[in-house]
Design a protein around this ligand. Structure first.
Ligand SMILES: Nc1ncnc2c1ncn2[C@@H]1O[C@H](COP(=O)(O)OP(=O)(O)OP(=O)(O)O)[C@@H](O)[C@H]1O
Ligand SMILES: [Mg+2]
Length: 362
């Protein structure tokens, strides 16, 4: 998928921009706090209908303004043009339009413009609680499979109802109805997550070996209570505990992904550069799976990706993404000279955009 042109009005600190992009690597280079991440985030937004950062739509509107607009002109591998535009006005619902026609449900748009992002915020995937890793898996699988997103929404709403019931009457008949619905959705989610983790694992290990020059071995495994018993049994045997606690203590809402390096937990024993390399390997593996699923290369967003990596790993990363299996890429960096030197050495097609505070200098 190619993003040919991006237009922005009032998105975060950007006033108004029209940016024509290259098919290869597009780089945004400038000082801290200029607008590099904001541009990357606007591209992510057009694919996923939300910011990649924990920011509400209101917080994405430029201070003192009432609305923002992001508009992208895309070209897919079959030569089909797509115009996606997103507008949000304070106090109103946001609209996403595909070729001029507004979507009824935003979730219908997810997956049309596949995107993979590597961002400094990904450290949360390693350091924070399991919820972050479930969120990552959910958002990844949602791009591949519309039904998964609908099933996840159904599971969460039944779970909320069940928890409400447990806090009040815990009526047996109602519990049985909720359990049947939770099991139906939960088993599907479990199967899809397990399948995805199994596809990710060898690809993550392969990309990590390339990045590190085969220095360390890494592993990724999916952890779920459902490995030990079907969800119906788990719910039944946790019934009394759930009543006492007043919430559902078993199910796929407690699953996790485990990341290891040299057989040890990555969070504790991985250095900062090793953790960053793992995240990049994970995202490249995700990229490969999405490409295989759609026959369409996602847009790859690499925000501050060179930070913490040694020269060897940076060169390897550029070597990997320079192959023809990768499509259009957006990279940010603070140092123009370094960026130019690395790109010239990689031989990749590229375009460098120098940025200033809220402004792209073309
Ligand atoms: N809604 C908004 N209105 C105005 N400014 C905003 C808004 N949201 C964010 N900003 C500002 O945009 C500025 C640029 O942020 P951005 O994250 O793009 O910087 P950056 O170039 O990526 O910097 P770094 O190199 O430090 O990562 C920040 O100072 C931030 O406070
Ligand atoms: Mg930034």
């Amino acid at each position: 998928m190619l993003l040919k042109k991006l237009s922005l009005i009032n998105f975060k600190n950007l006033v108004q921009e029209i940016l024509p992009f290259d098919e290869g690597i597009n780089c945004f280079v400038g000082d801290n706090g200029t607008c590099k991440t904001n541009i990357i985030d606007s591209i992510y937004y057009l694919s996923m209908c939300k910011s990649s950062l924990p920011m509400s739509d209101g917080q994405c509107v430029r201070h003192g303004e009432q609305f923002f607009v992001i508009d992208g002109e895309y070209l897919n591998s079959a030569g089909r043009r797509e115009q996606i535009s997103c507008s949000f006005t304070r106090g109103a619902a946001k609209t996403i339009k595909r070729n001029g026609k507004a979507y009824e449900r935003l979730s219908d748009h997810i997956g049309l413009i596949p995107v993979v992002i590597v961002s400094p915020a990904d450290t949360a995937l390693i350091c924070d609680a399991a919820e972050e890793r479930r969120r990552y898996l959910n958002s990844f699988i949602s791009q591949l499979d519309h039904e998964y997103l609908a099933t996840m929404i159904r599971y969460n709403s039944v779970l909320a109802e069940r928890n409400k019931l447990l806090k009040t009457s815990a009526d047996e008949q109602m519990l049985q109805i909720y359990d049947a619905q939770l099991v139906a959705a939960g088993e599907k989610i479990y199967a899809k997550r397990r399948e995805t983790a199994e596809a990710l694992h060898p690809a993550v290990a392969e990309f990590y070996a390339l990045l590190s020059g085969d220095r360390e071995q890494v592993e990724l495994t999916y952890k779920s209570e459902l490995e030990s018993a079907p969800m119906a049994e788990l719910l039944l045997s946790a019934r009394e505990r759930d009543r006492v606690n007043g919430f559902t203590t078993s199910g796929i809402h407690r699953d996790d992904l485990s990341f290891r390096i040299g057989g040890l937990p990555l969070r504790k024993y991985g250095s900062q550069g090793q953790q960053k390399s793992f995240i990049i390997a994970l995202k490249l593996a995700q990229y490969r799976i999405i490409t295989e699923c759609f026959g369409e290369t996602p847009i790859l967003l690499l925000d501050d990706v060179f930070d913490k990596l040694d020269e060897g790993r940076v060169a390897e990363l550029l070597k990997i993404v320079a192959t023809e299996r990768f499509g259009q890429i957006f990279i940010t960096d603070c140092n123009h000279e370094r960026m130019k030197r690395l790109l010239d050495a990689s031989g990749c097609r590229h375009k460098i955009f120098d940025v200033n505070y809220g402004k792209v200098l073309q």
